[in-house]
Structures are given as structure tokens and as C-alpha cells.
Write a protein that binds this ligand. Structure first.
Ligand code: S3P
Length: 428
């Protein structure tokens, strides 16, 4: 359902309030997968109910893993992969889902077929098929091993030491999950550190994991069942943080603020936003200030890889120029996010240009944006970033096509948008 359109008319009053953002998507995928791998009963509280992790849950159910929903929202997982998947594993739009699950499938003695929607089937999979083959899995895929569907016959793996060409938590996680059932240790070395959820959650579920700088090693062994709590998703909080930095004040409790996920708050601070955070409770409050342009380089990118589209909206409302380099990974996300972010800004009358590895944004300062007709390119983060631009800096009616993609990560976004902004917003 990626064809609905959001029509949004912004009030002049800006944004104000408290938002309880949904459970973290990255942690939700991992809580489901690690619970499924552990023989016995695990529980998950705060699980994201968005489409992406729901596809991961559906894929794991094909292996005979049982999930039950308690009335209080807790999900009880009866773990243990019981049999070969009985059907194709449909990962929907989720890059994290397909890449992490491919590591699980490579370690499992059986045949798995993984696929996804039209966007996921265009995203590069050679980055997981190649190292999984080196570990001994039989892996085939469309386009000579590069595109989903993927066909994996797993088991009989041997641990490897592997240097990632691009910083990717998804690829790191794929190989660590495969490494759980390989003979000998598996080491992944990253060019820049990325989010550490997999290694942290593996440690919490009884795996032997060693972390040395940018090298992570996992030793084979079973996982133990656990009680997982999923905190609020900082990447979703980023939309409200930017809306507040441009036009008001918003508070968000219970966010995950651990390694590699809260760097967007530092970028907003560098721009001049008023950002308060309390690490012990995960509470963040952002308030408007006069923003200025910043420089973002390759080493910054893994820590803000999902927040760049909405940070670009903040840059558009800042004084001066923002230059982003070393961000070529954005070209292979849910859309080509260098092209789609620049096109989204241009649709609001903001001057911005693509560079091969990033973009240049000419901030408008205090000047309003013109209402936009935006094409989200089927990408949830472009759609939500555009909604933030519309409510924070336009008066008049904007439209955002491809709005249905927002359900992949934040099904309640429109309700939250209306609550904090008083905007008239209606998906049609
Ligand atoms: C994710 C890692 C990132 C991020 C994605 C979620 C994860 O991708 O863009 O939305 O949960 O591991 P890469 O690791 O490929 O950069």
C-alpha cells in the first residue's frame, strides 16, 4: 500500500508536546530473531508493531517458532527453529530483516528462500551473499547473486575473518548470526563503527562475543531465552526533534540513546538547537533556536545514516550552507536517499544539489518554504521528513505521495503529527 497520498496543511503555531515514539525497529528485529534462536520461552516488551519487524516475526513463524501476544502488549516467544521454513520468507520492505535473516538461514540445516517488496528487491545483497558463501553456505540469488530473491541452503559453516567494504550493521549482524552455528570463531571488521545492538544483545543472551575496537568476534554456541525490553526508536524521534528545532518544543521519554543511535542530537546541537537529554531515563527535549549550517563527513555517517533526510530539513531551515560528504551508502537505502532527499527539498523551494557522495543544502534561514508536492520515492523516511518540513516551515497545503511506506516503521505517525502540530493531515 505504497500509493496513498498525505495531504497536510500546516497551522502557523509550530509544534509543542510530548511524543511517545514507537519501539526501536532495529532492536525489535533482533529481539525477535534472538528469541527465536533460543530454545525455550523469551518475552519481548515494547516491540515495534510496524510492518518491517512484523515481517521478521512472520518469517520466523515459518520455521515453527511460536509467538503469542499478551493483553498487556508483551510478546511471548516459544523459541527454537523447529523445521525448514514451510514457505518463502517475505521480508517486505526491510533491509534489516532480509540481511539478518539470511545469516540465520545460512546457519540452519534446510532450504530458505527470502524475498521482499519491489524496493527491497532492488537493494544490494552481494554484501551478504558473498561472505555467507565464504563461510560455506550454498547461496544463490537473482542477478548473479546480487539481488533478492535469495536461495540459501544452510549448515556446515566455518567461521571466517571478514573486513566489510562499507560500514554496515546489517552485514555485520548477518555474519555474527551465521557465526553462532559455524565451526570456530567468526570475526567482522568494520571501516567505521556501526550500531552495536547485535553484539550487545548476543552478549545478553549467553553468546561468547569479543569486541576489540572495530572488530567483533562471535564464537559458536546456543543462545539462552531472555526478557527483552525494546526502548523508543531514536530514528523516529529524530522527526520530532527536527520539527521542534525548527518550530517549537517537543519532549520524548524512554528513547534508546546508546552507541551509534543518538548522534543526530549532536548534529542538531552543532547546528545550534536547544537539546537536553537525560541518559538514565532516555528522555530528550528539543526546543527551537536559530540554526546554522554544518559540515557532515564520512566518519559521521554511520551514526546518522537513517536521520540524514530529516537532518537535511533542519539544514534547509538553517542559516548558511550544509555540506554532506562520504554518504554514498545513502544511495542504496529504501530509495536513493541522496536523490530523493534533494528532490524533496527542491519540492519545498529549497536550493539543494546532489554530489556523488552526498549533497549541498543552501539554508533558507528564517524564510518560509513554499508548500510542496513531494514524491517520497516509496521511502518512509523521505515521506516523514517531508511532513516535518511541511508543518515546521510552510503555510498552505502540501502533498506527499507514497505515504503508505510510513507503515513500515511508524504506523501512528499522522496521529502524532496532528497531536503536536494541530496540522490538518489526511492520508487519501
Ligand atoms: C540497521 C542498520 C543500518 C540502517 C538500517 C537499520 C540495523 O543499515 O540504515 O535502517 O538495524 O542494523 P546499514 O547497516 O546497512 O547501514
Amino acid at each position: 500500500m505504497h500509493d496513498s497520498v498525505l495531504s497536510v496543511s500546516a497551522p502557523a503555531s509550530g509544534v509543542k508536546g510530548t511524543v511517545q515514539v514507537p519501539g526501536d525497529k532495529s532492536i525489535s528485529h533482533r529481539a525477535l530473531i534472538l528469541s527465536a534462536l533460543a530454545e525455550g520461552t523469551s518475552t519481548i516488551t515494547g516491540l515495534s508493531r510496524a510492518e518491517d519487524p512484523t515481517h521478521t516475526r512472520g518469517a520466523l513463524a515459518q520455521f515453527g517458532v511460536e509467538f503469542t501476544d499478551q493483553p498487556d502488549g508483551t510478546v511471548v516467544v516459544h523459541g527454537g527453529l523447529r523445521h525448514e521454513p514451510v514457505d518463502v520468507l517475505d521480508c517486505g520492505n526491510a533491509g534489516t530483516g532480509i540481511r539478518l535473516l539470511s545469516g540465520v538461514c545460512a546457519g540452519f540445516d534446510g532450504l530458505s528462500v527470502l524475498t521482499g517488496d519491489q524496493y527491497l528487491r532492488q537493494r544490494p545483497m552481494g554484501r551478504v551473499t558473498e561472505p555467507l558463501r565464504l563461510m560455506g553456505a550454498q547461496v544463490d540469488a537473482r542477478d548473479h547473486g546480487h539481488l533478492a530473491p535469495l536461495v540459501i541452503r544452510g549448515a556446515g559453516l566455518t567461521g571466517i575473518s571478514y573486513e566489510l567494504a562499507a560500514a554496515s550493521a546489517q552485514v555485520k549482524s548477518c555474519l555474527l548470526l551465521a557465526g553462532l552455528s559455524a565451526a570456530g570463531p567468526t570475526t567482522v571488521v568494520e571501516p567505521h563503527p556501526t550500531r552495536a545492538h547485535t553484539e550487545e544483545m548476543l552478549l545478553a543472551t549467553g553468546a561468547r562475543v569479543e569486541i576489540n575496537g572495530t572488530a567483533v568476534t562471535v564464537h559458536p554456541g546456543p543462545l539462552t531465552p531472555a526478557g527483552h525490553h525494546v526502548p523508543g526508536d531514536p530514528s523516529q524521534a529524530a522527526f520530532w526533534a527536527v520539527a521542534a528545532a525548527l518550530a517549537g518544543e517537543i519532549e520524548m521519554p524512554n528513547l534508546y540513546l546508546g552507541f551509534g543511535r543518538a548522534d543526530f542530537l549532536n548534529v542538531l546541537r552543532r547546528m545550534g538547537a536547544d537539546v537536553q537529554m537525560e541518559a538514565s531515563t532516555g528522555s530528550v527535549r528539543v526546543a527551537a533556536a536559530s540554526l546554522c549550517g554544518v559540515e557532515i563527513t564520512g566518519a559521521d555517517v554511520p551514526g546518522i545514516v537513517d536521520e540524514i533526510p530529516v537532518l537535511a530539513v533542519a539544514a534547509a531551515g538553517a542559516k548558511g550552507t550544509t555540506v554532506i560528504t562520504g554518504a554514498e551508502e545513502l544511495r542504496v537505502k529504501e530509495s536513493d536517499r541522496i536523490a530523493s532527499t534533494v528532490a524533496m527539498l527542491n519540492a519545498f523551494g529549497v536550493r539543494a544539489e546532489e554530489r556523488p557522495d552526498g549533497m549541498v543544502i543552501h539554508g533558507q534561514g528564517d524564510r518560509a518554504f513554499t508548500p510542496g508536492q513531494v514524491d517520497s520515492a516509496g521511502d518512509h523516511r523521505i515521506a516523514m521528513a517531508a511532513a516535518v518540513a511541511a508543518v515546521a516551515r510552510t503555510s498552505g497545503q502540501s502533498t506527499i505521495t507514497g505515504w503508505g511506506s510510513v507503515a513500515t516503521s511508524y504506523p501512528g505517525f499522522v496521529e502524532d503529527l496532528v497531536a503536536v502540530s494541530g496540522a490538518r493531515a489526511q492520508p487519501i
